[in-house]
Each structure stands twice: as structure tokens, then as C-alpha cells.
Design a protein around this ligand. Structure first.
Ligand SMILES: [Zn+2]
Length: 322
């Protein structure tokens, strides 16, 4: 097993545990503040082990505690809280977010490893090909778009912006939206940023929106209850790069996944790069206003204009054999 992936998975699980415990502590503080009666009961409950040591009857204490807990739950409900508001809610109840259960690795850990493994593989294969130095501006020289944009000048600016973004990357860096036709360099530059950010030690997830949604869909709808949670990974990762927005099937489920990813990461102030072959108008037609308004308000949009570099490369490669 890849040690790096194992550690990453364990890290994710321990983050879940810390989150569950912190949330629980916050709930306690909140309730102690608002419902002093519960604070008093909790204080009494906390004394149980001392009272056992002092020789009190365990059975009687158990019964009293159970009663006290039921009473607390009732009080919570009376105050408009869920009855289990003071319980710890783990992502995986089986191992309580430790990664171990029944003397071995918990299934949540195994699934996380498998999932990180696939992502790592996709990343590594594509990353070998992409860094800023290999980005060739020559393809854009002398090219003018129909509406008179100098492709070379505009791509030079974009390249510089991307280099700067990667060099100054931080956990709350801004989010970018890459527009442009197929083959104008969006993928190359987003992967070059990914390469730099990975070097800085951040956790990065890069994939096409279609691939990621298929996995989320599978986890969501498969009959076997899945603790693997691609969506959670996407919502939490330090840096997310989504390729090809607009190529996924336009179902209600997919739209809500796209919205959740965009919205949650904005709320958490986490950097994301989204690239799309659609233009602003096509995006507007395809996505609901609630998605577009968030993109528009928060993402820095960068429009790639240029000749289809893949086509030129192919042509050049072909000409050697002519
Ligand atoms: Zn587990």
C-alpha cells in the first residue's frame, strides 16, 4: 500500500474525528449557556466514576444516569433542539472516525484509500506532461481572433497570471474560472498550477466534473451503504481543480452536486479552479441562476483566446511524415 496515500487517508479520518468532537464541545457550551438545568445534570453525570469509586451501587447509578439522560433529551426537545444534540456525530459510527474497527482497518479507511489512490493515479499520469515551462507561447504568435484579440499578448498575460497564482498560492487563495474553446491551453495551465501547488505540500484533487459526478452518483445511489464520500473530499480538499464543467449530464442530481461544490467551497473560503468550454452565455443557459450568481460574484474569470493548439500540434506532428 502506498504510504503517502495511507497517511493522507488517516489524516482525513482524524480531521473528521476532530471536527465531530469540536462540534460536540460547541454544542455542550451552547446548551450549558442556554439551559442551566442540563448543565447541572451533565455535571452530575460527570461525577459518576467518582461515585462508583466511592462505593455507590453501580446498578442504581446506571438507572439514575439513564433517567437523567432521558430527561436531558426531553429538555433539549422542549427547547427546540434535536434530542441527540449532545451526542457526538461521527462520519463513520462504526469506527467513530478512528479508521480501525473489529481489530482491523475500518471499511471507511479502506474506501478512502481506494478513492485517493485512483485520484492520485489520474493526477500522476497527467501531471508528468504539464508544467509552466512546457507551455509554448509560440503557437499563439501572429494569431488574431475574429474580434481582433491578439492571442499572443492575451496568452502571455494569462500565463503570467497563472504563474503568479501558483507562486502565491495559499489556503484561502482566490478561485478562478477558465473559459475558452477546446485546445486553447486551459488544461495545460490548470495542471501546471496543480503541479506547483502539490510541490508546496497541499492536498489537491484534479479531475473532470463528469468523472467526479459519476463517482458521487454511484456512492449516493448504490444499495450498499457507502462510507466513502467523494463529495466530502471535494468539499474539504485544500485545492480543487474541476475540468470540463458543462460536459456532465444535466440532471437535477448533477446540478445540485455542482451547486453544493461551488457554494460550499466559497463559504469555506477554499480555492477552486473550474474550466469550461462553454462561454458565459452558454453557462447561463445551462446552469441555474443560483449557481451563476455565485460564480460571477466570487470567481475571477479568465478567458482563453487562441487557435486550437492541439490541432496545430497534431498537424505539426503529421507534417514530419509527409
Ligand atoms: Zn470507519
Amino acid at each position: 500500500m502506498n504510504q503517502k496515500i495511507f497517511q493522507k487517508a488517516m489524516q482525513t479520518i482524524s480531521m473528521r474525528r476532530i471536527k465531530a468532537k469540536t462540534e460536540n464541545e460547541q454544542h455542550y457550551q451552547e446548551i450549558n449557556d442556554k439551559i442551566p438545568e442540563i448543565a447541572e445534570i451533565n455535571y452530575q453525570l460527570a461525577q459518576t466514576s467518582t461515585r462508583i469509586l466511592m462505593g455507590e451501587d453501580i446498578e442504581i447509578l446506571k438507572r439514575q444516569n439513564l433517567q437523567a439522560q432521558r430527561y436531558c433529551a426531553q429538555l433539549l426537545v422542549n427547547h427546540g433542539y434535536p434530542a441527540d444534540y449532545l451526542d457526538i456525530h461521527y462520519t463513520c459510527e462504526k469506527c467513530q472516525d478512528t479508521g480501525y474497527s473489529e481489530g482491523g482497518y475500518c471499511s471507511c479507511l479502506e474506501k478512502l484509500i481506494a478513492s485517493l489512490g485512483t485520484m492520485e493515479m489520474t493526477q500522476q499520469t497527467q501531471l508528468k506532461l504539464c508544467n509552466f515551462n512546457q507551455f509554448n507561447l509560440e503557437y499563439y504568435k501572429g494569431k488574431i481572433t475574429d474580434d481582433g484579440i491578439n492571442c499572443y499578448a492575451s496568452m502571455s498575460n494569462i500565463l503570467q497570471r497563472c504563474r503568479q497564482y501558483a507562486a502565491n498560492f495559499h489556503p484561502h487563495a482566490s478561485s478562478l474560472l477558465f473559459f475558452g474553446d477546446v485546445g486553447v491551453g486551459k488544461t495545460h495551465l490548470s495542471l501546471s498550477i496543480v503541479t506547483e501547488v502539490l510541490k508546496q505540500g497541499y492536498e489537491v484533487i484534479y479531475d473532470s466534473i463528469g468523472n467526479l459526478i459519476s463517482r458521487i452518483e454511484h456512492e449516493h445511489f448504490s444499495r450498499e451503504k457507502s462510507e466513502e464520500d467523494t463529495l466530502q473530499l471535494l468539499l474539504n480538499t485544500d485545492f480543487l481543480v474541476l475540468d470540463d464543467l458543462g460536459t456532465e449530464f444535466q440532471t437535477q442530481f448533477n446540478l445540485s452536486v455542482v451547486y453544493t461544490i461551488i457554494n460550499t467551497r466559497i463559504n469555506r473560503n477554499l480555492p477552486t479552479i473550474i474550466s469550461t468550454n462553454l462561454n458565459w452565455q452558454q453557462l447561463n443557459e445551462q446552469y441555474q441562476e443560483r449557481i451563476m450568481s455565485r460564480l460571477f460574484a466570487v470567481y475571477e474569470s479568465i478567458e482563453f483566446r487562441g487557435p486550437d493548439v492541439r490541432l496545430i500540434k497534431k498537424r505539426n506532428a503529421g507534417s514530419q511524415y509527409l
